[in-house]
Design a protein around this ligand. Sequence first.
Ligand SMILES: [Zn+2]
Length: 505
Amino acid sequence: MLALLNGLVFDGSGETPLRGTVLIDGDRIVDVGSVPYPQDCQTLDCTGLAIAPGFIDLHSHSDLQVLEDRMEKVKQGVTTEVVGNCGFSPFPQAGDPKTLHEFGAGILGKADDWGWATAREYLEQAGRTATKLHVAPLIGHGSLRIAVVGMRQEAPSASELDQMSGLLSDALDAGCPGFSTGLMYAPGSSAGKNELEHLIKVVARKGKMYATHMRSYSSGLLDAVREQLDLARATGCRLQISHLQAAGRANWGLQKPALAEIEAARAQGMDVEFDIYPYQCGSTVLTQWLPQWAMDGGTEKLLGRIIDPSTRKQLLKEMTAMLAQLWSDVTISAVGSDANADYVGMNIQQIADLRHADPAETVLNLLTEEQTKINVISFNQSEENLHELIAHPLCTIISDGFYVKGKAHPRLYGTFPELLGTVVREKAWVALPEAIHKITAKPASRLKLKNRGLLKKDYFADVTIFDAGHVASRSTYETPALDPLGIVRVIKDGRTVYGDGPGVV
Ligand SMILES: [Zn+2]
């Protein structure tokens, strides 16, 4: 047995913390509060420290890295990671693995040498090699579609749709807690109402979560929210709108009406919530600044369109019309080639100035030089809007972190300490019990995780002990790969996976 003594216990419910003991036996919590503990029990003095349920990252892209026990999340206090978001999962893989690799490499952080035919096989691998945290994989619509339809951007036939439903159903039965779409990423972006409704009905029937990276977070935000609410209304699914925000200065005014749509749907009894990372910048791939049609058929076709004078002209025109930020808001975070490695950390405007070229032209040239594989960090969000989202009762806090060859967004290394340090302690946007709720019991309830997310009798002993006065992220855009401060010990199923902490007897 292990007794965590004298800590301030935040049980995850959002209620005021109580000073007391958390008593653990094996992988379970036996009791919480002013409880007696056996003489021969191992004890840990947590005086001056906060004891909370292990954090649950409801939205990440570490599908491949969790299998290698990478520690970036564990060091932040995370004990459960939800992967397979935004339509990208490393399964189901069928046919030529190159197609799935080409689709997923930019987000999953590995060019090749991965892929599982079924969710069951991926989960088996996770059971063997992911030892530091629990992995909860969503099945991604983009990957599912590629397995059946390939890179074609047209509606699947009735039999293809049946095949997709079958694979989806198998994945959910195998243990996936839900399904994700990424409607800004080709080829998933070509899915119409019929296809989505058909698939989400399967998810709803099985009582699982549907998480969506919507069709637009910029000028089309309101239509995108309405499309998802309509799908949820038609199917009865539990809807999670991923990383909600109005991206780009020109669109900041759209956030309030988007929230109003979601609140109205809730008032009608729909189960819809959303999430966001606690940063004003986002992170994605540079092809997101192209119109969707440019991506039809994959990388080779795109490169051909960039070379062809007439399609190139059309691309430049649409890119400029679509642009909601300034080109100086878009910074390169990773490239594949050594020739362009110096551009990592520079924004598109700076690179265009260096090259004495137009910024949109520069984007097309860079995409050609790098065979389209470029990661970026973009300044998307106003502080006021971010505050409104984080403080909203329907909001879960996520990392949305992913690995890149260059400089990853600091959210990969610091999301949860950033929330507890900057957002809670320095800015006081939310109180500490509420912030902890947003990264424990709330995501657990979105996933319908059994006996996780709270410090409560008979719950699994996933526990994070931290110093609320000093917890902080050290990760910056310039130097992201730095460990956070103040996370003292992380316990998964009763076993310490990170940290020693004071007072081990
Ligand atoms: Zn996304």
